[in-house]
Write a protein of this length. Structure first.
Length: 352
């Protein structure tokens, strides 16, 4: 078992190069490999290793199994003026997602609101960068995604719901609001990250296979994640998953597959919504919202600061860009090994 001290400190440029090399070695063209690698490293920079480099070996395994086409081009079909159906053709999640967002931005200038429903698209990773791109173009952005059955129903037993995350951005000066949250108490990736580091889980994150609350990360991997906020989090997660399934025609709960293994075809779905703020007669860079968020930030007890959604990730990113970030030694060595398999000259097999 990997302990928390067994880590490698790396910089973003090196991490992107090694991750890109590993994907190219598996059969990806350089451009989609770099986009996927950059998105994984972006999660590391923002302090979310559960959606970072530890996901890369699964992607390589899926490419090798013929379940992921790293060079696939998505297919777009407008079913109505503002309704876009996207077949990812089994491509990388970020590649399909950013192409979809570009399509939405072109259309939302005409329609004011545009919605995309994605299927046969691999794991999107962090949702924040996608909705930030929409926010940067003056749009309220929403992102929904279904995941494997990992969460137990409130009052029930067994992993019958996905963690079904929600991303949202509301543009304003200085970044506005950027929300990226799971409707489980925690992501599956974070449970695995704690298990790899040999760390105990906080109370309330998970139950074991018998449905008993546990702080043992290994036991939690064989059990299920708890919904955040009790019954309310359960209801929200169930509803978001239902919206995704209804719009994409993809699977629900235990029938969702393909983001945590290298053996099942991907059956999850994703939804993006772009809302042009100016189409409603409002400024895209609201000074009133910015002032309100500053009021929230200044409201801490005893003079302390309060974060609004997106603040912590922005701070983490600035710090990690300057000083690098830690990756567990086993994850790093696995990635370096994958990059070396096709004889690519990996420059990062040493400690930076």
């Amino acid at each position: 078992m990997t302990r928390d001290t067994d880590v490698r400190h790396v910089d973003a440029t090196t991490a992107i190069e090694v991750a890109c090399d590993a994907l190219v070695a598996a059969g990806s063209d350089p451009h989609p490999a770099r986009l996927q690698a950059e998105h994984l490293v972006e999660a590391e920079l923002r302090g979310h290793p559960s959606h970072g480099l530890r996901r890369l070996p699964i992607l390589v395994g899926r490419i090798r199994a013929g379940l992921l086409d790293p060079n696939a081009e998505p297919t777009f079909a407008w079913g109505a003026s503002a309704a876009l159906s996207v077949d990812g053709n089994l491509g990388f999640g970020p590649v399909v997602a950013y192409r979809t967002i570009d399509e939405l931005l072109r259309r939302v200038a005409q329609t004011g609101v545009a919605v995309a429903a994605l299927r046969r698209t691999h794991h999107l990773g962090m949702l924040a960068p996608y909705v930030e791109r929409l926010g940067g173009r003056g749009c309220i952005g929403l992102a929904l995604s279904s995941t494997e059955g990992l969460v137990h129903p409130w009052g029930g037993a067994g992993p019958l719901l996905g963690t079904n995350p929600l991303g949202a951005s509301v543009p304003a000066r200085d970044g506005g609001i950027v929300l990226d949250m799971s409707t489980g108490a925690v992501s599956a990736g974070k449970i695995l990250d704690y298990a790899e580091r040999g760390l105990p889980l906080p109370e309330g994150w998970a139950v074991d296979a018998d449905g008993h609350p546990t702080t043992d990360a290994d036991a939690a991997t064989r059990g299920s994640i708890s919904p955040f906020g009790g019954g309310k989090g359960y209801a929200l997660g169930l509803t978001l998953g239902a919206i995704v399934g209804a719009l994409t025609g993809t699977a629900y709960g235990p029938k969702v597959r393909g983001t945590l293994d290298a053996s099942h075809i991907v059956t999850k779905g994703d939804v993006f919504v772009a809302i042009d703020v100016e189409a409603f007669g409002q400024p895209a860079d609201s000074p009133e919202l910015a002032a309100y968020l500053d009021l929230i930030r200044a409201s801490g007890a005893d003079g302390g600061a309060v974060d609004v959604p997106g603040d912590r990730a922005r701070r983490a990113r600035r710090s990690a860009e300057e000083s690098g970030f830690d990756v567990t030694e086993d994850v790093w060595s696995t990635i370096v090994g994958l990059a070396s398999e096709a004889g690519i000259g990996v420059k990062a097999g040493h400690r930076p």
